[in-house]
Ligand binder design. Structure first.
Ligand SMILES: *Cc1c(COP(=O)(O)O)cnc(C)c1O
Length: 401
């Protein structure tokens, strides 16, 4: 049977303005890092109320540079959550440090501050909190722990552009934060990222490291040599943003509040329509913070007894509804098990949460009717699941591992 509904999991919101901006940058013939990148950085910093913003070619690159700029490397430990994307663990290792995972909160998706405290050793240098789905972590606790133990906080804010913790924008009040402009994120430049920091020296260092560690300062000292002169002062990377990406970013930033308003309205509609469903736990809505609604992640109740998450995802797909799973905890992946001795059972909250989650479609170009279609399809899949003897436990385990 074919269904007429086709609702993809994620679609970037791109209009005529973005098309025109890219056409203009191509016509200008200045297509790599230049005036548009500079303008994007300035407007982005102003939007958040951060002192500095440095544009890079991904959030992954931004996290990596922030770690390197703060001198985090060999012999150091960095505490983070296993409930995240590959990038968060990977950059710690690329910096030469060791990722130390700690479990998420019992009733949520974010890192548990109490467990951070327990994982601190004399080698701990930094904490990378991840604001899952756009819900701010408990930053009061995390900042307090960091101050007490003299640790650097580098936020993985890939989901959190537009999020606010109490009265402060995420990205405006810790050592550094990295944002993602990947195709599925709330603001997109195709690929791209931004690091914000209130420390101007760190910002300069990140900027220099993002372009091969080249310094043009010498040119100022020896101006007679001309503009072509530079010195390689440090081992750098090739992580800069292009003006083509920045041109997109400038338009997306203009439209950002309007796009966020739409995400919030759609999330509220999901809430209204699903609040009475006994099979579903809705995502946490912080009372003292603003959620960025990058993702709308539901959890199924009674996953091992009656509900089979993978059946429901497959059935939704048959009905034309795209979904995803955020995230397979890092410590379950072979790389982390083989190299760091992590095992199933190490982080029970992350594991049980992973087994029960489904991310539903949520993006500004969705209509209210689309949300209704998703909810109807979901309810029908849950109903079918309940009517089917799935021998779920065995089938479930085989499917994943
Ligand atoms: C998308 C994502 C990243 C990486 O972003 P890129 O811009 O693709 O490098 C990092 N962390 C989290 C939690 C993400 O979802």
């Amino acid at each position: 049977m074919r269904y007429k509904t086709q609702i993809p999991f994620s679609v970037p919101s791109l209009g005529r303005e973005e098309l025109r901006a890219v056409a203009q940058v191509l016509e200008s013939r200045w297509i790599t890092t230049g005036p548009r990148t500079k303008a994007f950085e300035q407007k982005f910093a102003r939007y958040l109320g951060a002192e500095n913003a440095v544009a890079v070619n991904s959030c992954t690159a931004g996290l990596h540079l922030a770690l390197v700029a703060y001198g985090i490397g060999a012999g150091d430990e960095v505490i983070t959550t296993p409930y995240t994307f590959a990038a968060t663990g990977e950059v710690i290792l690329h910096a030469g440090a060791v990722p130390v995972f700690t479990d998420i909160e019992p009733a949520g998706f974010n890192i548990d501050p109490e467990k951070i405290e327990q994982a601190i050793t004399p080698r701990t240098k930094a904490i990378i909190p991840v604001h899952f789905a756009g819900e701010p972590c408990r930053m009061d606790k995390i900042v307090e722990i960091a101050l007490r133990h003299n640790l650097i906080i580098i936020e993985d804010a890939a989901h959190a552009l537009g999020a606010r913790y109490r009265d402060k924008m995420i990205g405006s009040f810790t050592h550094a934060s990295a944002f993602s402009f990947y195709a599925t994120k709330n603001l997109t430049t195709g690929e791209g990222g931004m690091v914000t920091t209130n420390d101007s020296e760190i910002a300069d260092r990140i900027r220099m490291l993002s372009l091969h560690g080249l310094s043009h300062d010498a040119w100022n000292r020896y101006s007679a040599l001309g503009k072509w002169y530079y010195e390689i002062t440090e081992l750098g990377f090739k992580y800069n943003m292009s003006d083509i990406q920045a041109a997109l970013g400038l338009v997306q930033l203009e439209r950002f509040d309007e796009m966020q308003k739409k995400r919030k309205e759609l999330a509220q509609l999901y809430y209204q329509l699903l609040i009475e469903n006994d099979h579903i736990i809705l995502p946490p809505r912080p009372v003292d913070s603003v959620h960025a609604w990058h993702l709308f992640v539901i959890r199924l109740k009674g996953i091992s007894k009656t509900l089979n998450r993978n059946f429901i995802i497959r059935d939704l797909n048959k009905q034309g509804i795209g979904t995803s799973v955020h995230f397979i905890p890092l410590h379950i992946h072979p790389f982390y098990q083989n190299n760091f001795g992590y095992e199933m059972g190490d982080f029970p909250m992350a594991e049980t949460t992973f087994e029960s989650v489904i991310s539903l479609p949520l993006y500004p170009d969705m209509t209210e009717t689309d949300v209704l279609e998703v909810v109807n399809a979901l309810q029908s899949s849950i109903y079918k699941n309940e009517k089917t003897d799935l021998k779920h436990k065995v089938g479930y385990a085989e499917e994943i591992y």
